[in-house]
Design a protein around this ligand. Structure first.
Ligand code: HEC
Ligand code: HEC
Ligand code: HEC
Ligand code: HEC
Length: 495
């Protein structure tokens, strides 16, 4: 294992100031492999050899706050009307909660058995090291076939060691074949990936844009099946425009908008892609440099696995390369956030109004022909807005690119709205004003979200099927309930 290199490389880019840690002082010795074959998905098993990394990983449980984005930005429920995100959408929190949040979110519904979904198995893809375990066991196409409830009793450990480390060598490694395919499609040669690049690529496995590609296949027994394979749309490149072209050429849509009937794209979280356009990526500063700095515990030097907001640890993150004071850095980042917020707010209002005005135009009798290019504008405008902000900290990772895309989103939404005024005028309602969507309740009502019903079904699901899953996983030795001891159970709808 090349664990010794970790910190040396982590500090490869030093602008000024001194390093917090002295690599020579490390006590972390090379250890034997975790297991001879297969994926070790149980984080506690890794803890036996690597307690420091494990304990710091476990601290991601401290980031447990639920930030209900639909409360904060009610426009979202309009923008995503007819799609799962209008039901429930929270800001990200610690990796420790990824699995719980996948179960809790109203987006994944309330299955009552292994086949009634509603979402595909692909929903687990970025939540757990049991995913590479099952892919290895069953084959990737079988993994991507069926509904998510099929694997409820198998996917039991939240994002952890085997997501980023090889269970045989212990080295950092890509565990998701869909990232490898995406990289190859974009022209990257896998055998030329540097170790420093790997310090970002382990994150890119999940913090990237993807869609579910329908794939026909035949299993060993000759059964015809359809898989929904997680696929990165990187063939034309990694920018918003490159991906828009890719999706347009396929005439792909994630859903048809419930109000405007536009053929919509949902940007997932192109965090890696947008980071690549920023100055830090250009200077080879990796995700791990800011989110996994060096740390010392009892004289032992290791990589801090408490992946969190780097501003909670400025001294060991930013200030390992920069000279300025903590205070100055907070102000710089806050200003970047405010600039983004201002443009984002305008873009969201414009896009939401465009959807509602298009809905009114349909209601008045507008024709497909009159609406076609307006709906295309809405699709493209919303894609650019979503791409620019869906990865949350893009305003910091790549401020210029984020603001550029928000400006384009605004322009495109305004163009749609100008065209819509003409259509509305033609049908005698040029003065139409979109209804009020200034609260989550109002916006969800306009989007037709039956919140109370969804919550009741979810609670039932959690009290029954989820308990069965846990029991079975414990019985099969996949899950150790101690790993969840004291874990809170928060959601946007919990009391
Ligand atoms: C999100 C990805 C990710 C996860 C999850 C993760 N690691 Fe790491 N780990 C890294 C990265 C990145 C490094 C730095 C490697 C380098 O620079 O070469 C690292 C380094 C290490 C090292 C080398 C020694 C050191 O401290 O630098 C050990 C040991 C280790 N991790 C163990 C673990 C264990 C145990 C877990 C689970 C509890 C875990 N890791 C989970 C990404 C991850
Ligand atoms: C296996 C998929 C996966 C990998 C690998 C992964 N992440 Fe995440 N990450 C997620 C998911 C899912 C969430 C949201 C969890 C939630 O809200 O429950 C998340 C949340 C986060 C957060 C928010 C934490 C907080 O407390 O608010 C940060 C920061 C983050 N990831 C950074 C990284 C970095 C940096 C890497 C690589 C070193 C990485 N992630 C690797 C899936 C992943
Ligand atoms: C130069 C430092 C730096 C690098 C490099 C960096 N980040 Fe960040 N990241 C930050 C800062 C600072 C924030 C918090 C900004 C804020 O919200 O105040 C952040 C926030 C995040 C968040 C959102 C956390 C939340 O709760 O909203 C995610 C996810 C994330 N980063 C993932 C990544 C990934 C993935 C990479 C690499 C592709 C990466 N970061 C590279 C500094 C960095
Ligand atoms: C591993 C080293 C490293 C770390 C860690 C790091 N930076 Fe940087 N930062 C750089 C480099 C290199 C540049 C580019 C300098 C140049 O080329 O002019 C840069 C540029 C910047 C800039 C100017 C460009 C812009 O986007 O406005 C800001 C601001 C900045 N960093 C903030 C931060 C913050 C905040 C953190 C912590 C979350 C951080 N950096 C962490 C190396 C680092």
């Amino acid at each position: 294992m090349q664990f010794h290199k970790a910190l040396l490389l982590g500090s490869a880019v030093i602008l000024s100031g001194s390093l917090l840690v002295v690599p020579g002082s490390r006590a972390e010795e090379e250890k034997t492999m975790i297991r001879k074959e297969g994926v070790e998905s149980r984080n506690e098993k890794w803890a036996e050899q690597f307690p420091l990394q494990y304990n710091s990983w476990k601290e991601t449980r401290n980031s447990e706050r639920i930030d209900d984005m639909l409360e904060k930005k009610p426009q979202l429920a309009i923008l995503w009307a007819g799609y799962g995100f209008a039901k429930d959408y929270n800001a990200p929190r610690g990796h420790y909660y990824a699995l719980q949040d996948n179960i809790n979110t109203l987006r994944t519904g309330a299955p009552t058995g292994p086949v009634n979904g509603p979402m595909p198995t692909a929903c687990w893809s970025c939540k757990s090291p049991d995913v590479p375990r099952m892919m290895e066991k069953e084959g990737e196409l079988e993994f991507f076939t069926g509904k998510w409830a099929k694997y409820g009793h198998e996917i039991s450990n939240s994002i952890g060691c085997a997501d980023c480390h090889d269970s045989q060598t212990g080295d950092i490694a890509i565990s998701r074949p869909f990232l490898e395919r995406g990289l190859e499609a974009s022209g990257v040669k896998l055998d030329e990936i540097s170790r420093n690049d790997m310090r970002s690529l382990v994150c890119a496995q999940c913090h990237s844009e993807y869609y579910f590609k329908k794939t026909d296949w035949v299993d060993r027994d000759g059964n015809r099946k359809v898989a929904k394979v997680v696929t990165f749309p990187w063939d034309n490149g990694l920018t918003a425009e490159n991906m828009e072209e890719y999706y347009d050429a396929l005439q792909f849509k994630d859903w048809t908008h419930k109000i405007s009937r536009a053929p919509m794209l949902k940007a997932q979280h192109p965090g890696y892609e947008i980071y690549k356009t920023g100055i830090h990526a250009r200077r080879d500063v990796s995700c791990a440099d800011c989110h996994m700095p060096g740390r010392v515990d009892n004289g032992q030097v290791f990589t801090d696995h408490t992946i969190q907001n780097p501003l909670d640890n400025i001294e060991n993150t930013c200030l390992s390369c920069h000279d300025q004071s903590e205070e100055e850095f907070r102000i710089v980042v806050e200003q970047k956030l405010q600039r983004k917020e201002q443009l984002m707010q305008i873009a969201m209002d414009n896009l939401a109004k465009a959807h509602l005005e298009a809905g009114k135009a349909w209601e008045l009798g507008a024709t497909e022909e009159e609406m076609a290019d307006i709906l295309q504008d809405i699709r493209h405008g919303q894609w650019r807005w979503d791409y620019s902000i869906a990865s949350h900290a893009s305003f910091f990772h790549a401020p210029e690119e984020t603001l550029r895309l928000l400006a384009l989103a605004n322009e495109t939404a305004q163009t749609a709205r100008i065209k819509l005024v003409k259509v509305l005028a033609r049908y005698g309602d040029a003065a139409y004003i979109a209804p009020d969507f200034s609260s989550k309740e109002k916006a969800q009502a306009l989007a037709g979200v039956p919140l109370a019903k969804l919550v009741a079904e979810k609670k039932q699901f959690k009290a029954t099927l989820v308990k069965e899953w846990e029991k079975q996983a414990v019985k099969n030795g996949i899950l150790n309930m101690d790993s969840r001891k004291g874990m809170s159970d928060r959601s946007s709808y919990s009391d």
